[in-house]
Write a protein that binds this ligand. Structure first.
Ligand code: MEV
Length: 321
């Protein structure tokens, strides 16, 4: 039996979540930590049959759950789209084993990481030689289905090895003027990105002026933050993060726990802190200049709140694309 494996990693949104769904710019950071990777193994099936997906839930995401059988709608749609692209007469007869260590519903891009790993595995098994754009489009088939509306930033960041800026429909790597560290702290699962995106859409339909004000403020903060990042002004960048947190809090996207984590991170010396991703729970990020400072913040958050943390280094470098 032929077999293939695909991999992808999680991500955090540094700034611009939710606004990016409406076309405003956003900045994301890949989280390549071992605890935040998704692997998909594919096996040819000896006998034809319906798409079979088994999910091994990693102990890193809480108590192990029994492998669940069946095919989630978004992954079935993805496999169908892949079959069309590859010119296969029907969905391929494959067994899919998902081993995701990306905790779900945390704003860590778990759905995009799984979808991307699956696309890579399909691409390898059928030797389709998909280009970046085609890979992205297939991941987006799953993301649109999973989230209702998806900007594509998760689909991009889960396959990138450097920060990703999505602006005006273009993706690029922003220049980074000074190395820094981003501490990610997991407050636990929320109801998921789909719910948060739908909640905002309903609020904005009722009050379109709120949407315009949010997008305007968001674009200004992201623009200023990119300038700070390019020039290595980390203290200013940190303040933008905290300001963005307040903006999202004003939309009802924070929880007592993400508020408490943000406050503790700031009290512990972080230059800035905010909820990250869809919100209504999930992860908080905190910016520091050095690894020692990051370790101090991560240690404090773990001690005071008992949460898992990861630290993601951001290297100094020229932007591109
Ligand atoms: C999720 O990581 C980020 C959101 O802006 C949704 C999206 O961009 O598709 C909340």
């Amino acid at each position: 039996r032929r077999a293939a494996t695909g991999r992808a990693h999680g991500k955090v949104i540094v700034l611009g979540e939710h606004a990016v769904v409406y076309g405003a710019p956003a900045l994301a950071l890949p989280v390549p930590a071992l605890e935040c990777r998704a692997t998909v193994r594919l096996l040819d099936r000896p006998d034809p049959g319906p798409l079979l997906i088994r999910r091994a839930v990693s102990p890193a995401c809480g108590p192990a759950e029994p492998a669940e059988e069946g095919a989630p709608e978004e992954l079935r749609l993805l496999v169908d789209a892949f079959a069309r692209r590859a010119g296969l007469p029907a969905a391929p007869d494959v067994e899919v084993l998902i081993e995701s260590r990306v905790p779900p519903a945390r704003g860590l891009g778990s759905s995009a990481a799984t979808a991307r790993a699956l696309v890579h595995a399909l691409d390898a098994l059928f030797a389709t030689g998909l280009g970046d754009r085609e890979l992205f489009d297939l991941v987006q088939v799953a993301e649109q289905s999973a989230h209702g509306l998806a900007s594509g930033i998760d689909a991009l960041a889960t396959g990138s090895d450097r920060p990703v800026l999505l602006a005006n429909g273009w993706t690029s790597a922003p220049p980074v003027g000074a190395a820094c560290q981003v501490v990610v702290a997991d407050s636990g699962g929320g109801p998921g990105t789909r719910r948060a995106v739908a909640m905002l859409r309903a609020a904005f339909t009722r009050a379109p002026a709120r949407r315009a004000a949010f997008l305007d403020r968001s674009a200004k903060l992201v623009g200023a933050a990119l300038d700070d990042l390019a020039h290595g002004r980390l203290a200013d960048l940190g303040r933008r993060l905290t300001d963005y947190h307040r903006l999202l809090a004003g939309l009802g996207l924070t929880t007592d726990r993400t508020e408490a984590l943000t406050r503790s991170a700031l009290a512990g010396g972080a230059l800035g802190a905010k909820m990250s991703g869809g919100g209504l729970g999930g992860c908080v990020i905190a910016l520091t200049a050095t690894r020692d400072e990051a370790d101090a913040v991560a240690g404090l958050l773990a001690r005071e709140h008992g949460v898992p943390t990861w630290t993601v280094p951001v290297a100094k470098g020229a932007g591109h694309g």
